[in-house]
Design a protein around this ligand. Structure first.
Ligand SMILES: Cc1cc2nc3c(=O)[nH]c(=O)nc-3n(C[C@H](O)[C@H](O)[C@H](O)COP(=O)(O)OP(=O)(O)OC[C@H]3O[C@@H](n4cnc5c(N)ncnc54)[C@H](O)[C@@H]3O)c2cc1C
Length: 428
């Protein structure tokens, strides 16, 4: 197929900016369209910051339905279902429940991991490219690893078993006693002394960084490569005839191109609906809280607390905690009780943060989530030049840059960088 000379990318979140940048590196003339006033202001704004290749196993597993039932009715529950009169919600839930099997979960690990490792490689390449251009790509990256802590021995044992799969791909994780966890992250001392957790699993090669700063930096880098970056420009629809896109209709008029990539996060479903495809990308609301790092005894290693269902990461002189999953449509209202539960969970891990709670900044965002925990990347069926890159759910930061590279390669290279069949929209 002919390589397009011009491509429109819709959406400047982690995924869209990476896709635009990667296409520009391949010599394509790209127009990046973003309805907000800048990059990374959607779901990519204040996430948990983890670049967690060792945690790419999808969220649904055999334990999920029972766990969710146990949380029903609790205001601070890490999971909440808000039923809507929306068939998309019920179709999504039905497919999600079908994926709550050990085999379904295991099946998704190798493709997700391949994307996560490609992301690692691309992030390193971007940093080098910026340096060569006399710039710095500063997104408060910290290469101190990610430590998962467990409060029940059984949960730790199953995680250790699952980690063997990652070891086969060269990603070693260390099983640690509580005291060893504290050696790796001394700020966990108070939690260890109170007997809060029974052990941990440490992925030294994982890291953290600010996805918003990254999105902004890469969008600027893309502009340097010649990308036309239009902020405050909403795409109303893709203009297509018999499955062939001619361009898009925006608030600022019609823009034409040889191909269109939809990387619009939770808006992806709406933009692709006219083509008769179901993306199964549905919003899952999550919360984060950011506070200044306490003086002394501030953590650096990112921690995932597997019981409280929160992550806590260091970003420069700030600490960010994120969690909560709500299946309840597109509503972005901040519910104080839900937001505070993330803060309380963080204080459970690090009691020394409590005096800083007055300075907490709360945020919520909608994860664009598929039922099986892998994104949808590739050509949109029934079209000749429309592509999708969305549905990264809980893993958009971990998989985003790799997804951008893989899709750009599919569009432009004679031999695509990776097999995108596992991410095809047709799998649903
Ligand atoms: C609480 C929370 C914690 C998380 N923690 C982590 C983590 O630790 N690690 C991890 O890997 N992932 C994490 N994630 C997931 C990750 O943040 C998301 O998967 C990722 O941000 C999705 O990126 P995106 O580019 O697809 O979407 P977005 O960032 O939402 O970008 C889509 C963009 O498209 C624009 N847009 C939409 N429609 C249109 C239109 N019609 N015209 C023009 N522009 C449009 C939007 O304005 C938006 O900027 C977390 C998510 C949440 C909510």
């Amino acid at each position: 197929m002919k390589v397009p000379e011009t491509v429109i990318v819709i959406g400047a979140g982690i995924v869209g900016v990476s896709t635009a940048y990667e296409l520009a590196l391949r010599g394509v003339r790209v127009t990046l369209l973003e309805e907000r006033e800048g990059a990374g202001l959607g779901t990519s704004y204040a996430n948990g910051a983890q670049l967690s290749a060792c945690e790419v196993a999808p969220w649904p597993g055999p334990e999920t339905p029972l766990m969710v039932l146990r949380w029903l009715g609790r205001t601070d529950a890490p999971f909440r279902m808000k039923p809507k009169l929306d068939p998309e919600q019920w179709l999504w839930l039905f497919r999600f429940l079908l994926r709550c099997r050990a085999s379904a979960r295991a099946e998704r690990i190798p493709p997700n991991l391949e994307l996560a490792l490609l992301t690692r490689a691309r992030l390193a390449a971007y940093e080098e490219e910026f340096e060569r251009a006399g710039k710095t790509l500063d997104y408060e990256r910290l290469n101190r690893g990610i430590l998962r802590i467990y409060h029940e021995r059984d949960a730790l044992n199953s995680a250790v078993k699952e980690s063997e799969l990652f070891a086969r791909h060269g990603l070693e994780q260390r099983v640690l006693t509580p005291a060893e966890c504290t050696e790796i992250e001394p700020a966990l001392g108070a939690a260890m002394q109170s007997g809060d957790f029974v052990g941990g699993l440490y992925a030294a090669s994982d890291s953290t960084g600010d996805a918003y700063l990254f999105s902004r930096g890469i969008a600027e880098g893309a502009e340097r490569l010649g990308v036309t970056y239009m902020r405050n420009t909403r795409v109303r629809r893709i203009i297509a005839e018999r499955g062939h896109a001619r361009g898009v209709e925006t608030d600022a008029g019609i823009i034409e191109a040889d191909a269109v990539v939809v990387a619009a996060g939770v808006e992806t479903r709406r933009l692709l609906a006219p083509f008769g495809v179901r993306t199964y990308v549905y919003p899952l609301k999550g919360y984060s809280v950011t506070i200044p790092a306490p003086e002394g005894n501030a953590p650096e290693v990112s921690v995932t607390d597997e019981m409280r269902k929160v992550v806590v990461s260091r970003l420069g002189n700030r600490i960010r905690s994120a969690g909560q999953v709500e299946v309840g449509g597109y509503d972005l209202t901040m519910e104080p009780a839900r937001a505070r539960s993330v803060l309380t969970a963080m204080e459970g891990v690090y009691p020394q943060m409590t005096p800083l709670r007055d300075q907490a900044e709360f945020w919520c965002g909608l994860r664009p989530m598929t039922p099986d925990g892998s994104p949808v990347i590739g050509a949109v069926p029934g079209t000749s030049n429309v592509y999708v890159n969305s549905g990264h759910g809980t893993l958009g930061w971990t998989l985003g840059a790799g997804s951008g590279a893989a899709l750009a390669s599919l569009i432009c290279d004679s031999a695509p960088q990776m097999d995108l069949t596992p991410f095809s929209i047709s799998r649903f």
